[in-house]
Design a protein around this ligand. Structure first.
Ligand SMILES: *Cc1c(COP(=O)(O)O)cnc(C)c1O
Length: 397
């Protein structure tokens, strides 16, 4: 047995890691360096859309690596146009900027909102953000984030954010009433790190109306809930609305770092040459990963699968744990589910791993399930068969 050291003397102490090192994966299964098998209900935090070692993705990436990995944005990258056209088609929006991480897509969104304001003569633009939001860990995105643990130690925070509670249109109106500096409203359709908290469809529709009325940008962070996870390409599409700005990342490249900010007509031409850029963004390997991920998702009907298997998984969780004392709520949509317990339960990540299941616990009390979108009903049952007894045991302690 290879022993996994808890301490890493040469990497910074940024992560509370489990003492597990993974060696390889296949489909929804992972193996660690000691040969132990796990069912992956985390997908690298909503990243491995197609699971591991996908038989169509792997040869495409191998082909790409042998052709060209990176070229810089001094030259055209043909697959940027191809992936952008696809994202435009799927979102009903109009232009795309590519980056590599979620925070980078959100930084671009914040810059777009500020530029939108400055172009209208607003010198100190303000953006409405939400309680419990998570937008990343750069200085601007951690300032937009609604979690003191993420912000502590990194002040002064970036100014220009107004914070409001979720799903409360009156609070949004009150917080912005008569303020001429507001330029945008920015939120996740379903908060991921915040504990699987969903914006209601009627709220989304009302915010869309308000943004149209006030000439604000509606900016929806779909970094975690997007790319088919809820059964639509983008979670806000369940409410029949279209945002003005939409950051994407996590699942877009099925494991290869790819991020995008998609803009509708009101935001598509704000950036001019010299306003924004990034070295790795849109590189040939990343673009091939994005193009192939979407192509394979379409070929294999993974949106429909996420809806159907997600509903099955939620139903099975509700049957096993629904009425149990200490279970607060089972919520979420498609393959983005949260099981809120009445007390902090981070110990469950290690216990689940011991039992051969990868999960995460977020916001201290919420068991979060984000399996690959290729999950079958039988594998969903397997998740519940491992998880339910662990949760019951934990609640009985
Ligand atoms: C993960 C996440 C981010 C940050 O993405 P990184 O790639 O870690 O920078 C931003 N927004 C949401 C909603 C996320 O889930």
């Amino acid at each position: 047995m290879a022993h996994i050291e808890a301490a890493s003397p040469h990497t910074m102490n940024t992560y509370g890691r489990l003492p597990i090192a993974l060696s390889h994966g296949d489909g929804v299964y992972l193996w660690d360096v000691n040969g132990k098998r796990y069912l992956d209900a985390l997908a690298g935090i909503a990243v491995n859309t197609l699971g591991h070692n996908h038989p169509k993705l792997v040869p495409a990436l191998q082909d790409q690596v042998a052709r060209i990995i990176h070229s810089s944005n001094y030259y055209h990258v043909p697959n940027q146009e191809k992936l952008a056209a696809k994202l435009v088609e799927l979102s009903g929006m109009s232009n795309v900027f590519f980056g590599s991480t979620g925070l980078e897509a959100n930084e671009a969104a914040i810059k777009l909102a500020r530029k939108f304001g400055h172009d209208r003569g607003i010198e100190k633009p303000q953006i409405v953000v939400y309680e419990k939001a998570f937008h990343g860990r750069s200085i601007a995105t951690l300032s937009a984030t609604g979690n003191e643990k993420v912000q502590k130690g990194f002040g002064p925070l970036v100014e220009g954010f107004i914070r409001v509670p979720l799903n409360d249109i009156a609070a949004l109106r009150a917080a912005t009433d008569g303020n001429p500096n507001v330029v945008a409203v920015f939120f996740e359709t379903i908060q991921g790190e915040g504990g699987i908290n969903q914006m209601r469809a009627d709220y989304l529709q009302k915010v869309r109306e308000l943004c149209d009325q006030k000439d604000w940008l509606l900016m929806i962070d779909e970094v975690q809930c997007g790319m088919g996870r809820t059964g639509k390409w983008f979670a806000h599409q369940w409410a029949g609305i279209v945002p003005d700005v939409m950051p994407l990342a996590k699942g877009l490249g099925s494991g290869v770092p790819v991020a995008a900010v998609v803009a509708g007509p009101r935001a598509a031409n704000l950036f001019q040459p010299g306003n924004h850029g990034t070295t790795f963004g849109g590189n040939p390997l990343a673009m091939r990963a994005g193009v192939e991920t979407i192509r394979i998702m379409e070929e294999e009907g993974l949106l429909e699968n996420a809806s159907r298997v997600g509903a099955h998984l939620k139903g099975a969780l509700a049957r096993e744990l629904g009425g149990a004392k200490g279970v607060v709520e089972i919520r979420g949509q498609g393959l983005m589910l949260g099981l809120e317990l009445a007390r902090p339960c981070s110990v469950l990540t290690q216990r689940a791993a011991d039992a051969g299941l990868m999960i995460s616990v977020t916001a201290d009390t919420v068991v979060r399930l984000l399996p690959p979108l290729i999950l079958t009903q039988a594998q969903a049952d397997e998740i519940v068969a491992i998880l339910a007894p662990l949760v019951k045991g934990f609640l009985a302690e």
